[in-house]
Design a protein around this ligand. Structure first.
Ligand code: CIR
Length: 256
């Protein structure tokens, strides 16, 4: 199942204002040049893995718009345009919709429902939805109702650590998850094989599986060692400046 699962990716270039976006990280201001280089290197990596990458231009007035994952949930059958819980991000969705409409049928989440794509982890026919500062129950209910048409089972999970659900749990292909200790004991994840990240390496739970490659943030040796024992290539990616803006590897692209 892991071979060539994703064929396309959509990314967006960060602008001059990339350091002005929302963040809860207390890691200081990002170095803008370095942030842009790290973003380009990430885009190159997706291309080297074999994805067809569509690079959207910077979206003026929306410093967080390069975190494209939050504006949509893309599934094999449909693309769901979300409605961010952060009002400063609401103007990002139209342009993502125009792009995705070339590939997928489109449906939308509407007020008062809010969802950020970072809170949605879809694995086969299961869709785990984090209830967070960005995603509310109305949004999760709308998503569940929409996805019934394609027989998805939607499960909500309260997000206690990090910005989004995928700050703490991600799919590593097949039946594997990488997950924080706090979420690892949740019964919803009982049926998965798990790599549980240590408390001091929590950020590395945001590891991105792309076909037969795992992209993992540089600087987390215990996680790296655990990932290296899987039958996948592992690629460390430096995202130090993106982390300062509460971002990570999953949130800078939409894959499908
Ligand atoms: C925000 O707070 O919305 C952005 N600065 C970071 C969004 C990161 N998105 C994600 O992890 N899915």
């Amino acid at each position: 199942m892991t071979d060539r699962y994703f064929k396309n990716a959509v990314v967006r270039l960060p602008g001059e204002d990339a350091g002005e976006g929302l963040t809860t990280a207390s890691l200081g201001k990002p170095n803008l040049d370095l942030l842009r280089r790290q973003h380009l290197s990430y885009v190159d990596t997706l291309g080297e893995i074999g994805l067809q990458v569509e690079v959207l231009p910077h979206l003026k007035g929306f410093p967080d718009a390069y975190f494209v994952e939050d504006a949509a949930v893309v599934l094999p059958e449909v693309a769901i345009i979300t409605n961010s819980g952060a009002s400063s991000r609401r103007g990002e969705h139209n342009s993502i919709e125009s792009c995705l409409a070339k590939f997928k049928n489109i449906v939308r989440i509407h007020q008062p429902g809010t969802i950020d794509g970072g809170d949605v982890l879809a694995i086969d026919r299961r869709c785990f939805v984090g209830i967070s500062q960005r995603t509310n129950r109305q949004g999760a209910n709308q998503l569940a109702e929409l996805l019934q048409d394609w027989d998805y089972q939607t499960v909500t999970i309260d997000v206690r650590d990090g910005l989004h659900l995928k700050s703490s749990v991600n799919h590593l292909g097949d039946n594997r998850l990488i997950v924080s200790r706090q979420l690892a004991s949740r019964t919803e994840f009982d049926s998965f094989d798990k790599i549980v990240v240590s408390e001091d390496e929590l950020y590395s739970a945001n590891t991105l599986w792309v076909n037969d490659v795992l992209l993992t943030p540089a600087g987390y040796p215990t996680t790296l060692a655990a990932l290296s024992r899987l039958d996948l290539d592992v690629c460390e990616v430096d995202v130090s400046e993106i982390q300062k803006m509460d971002g990570g590897l999953t949130c800078m692209s939409l894959r499908f």
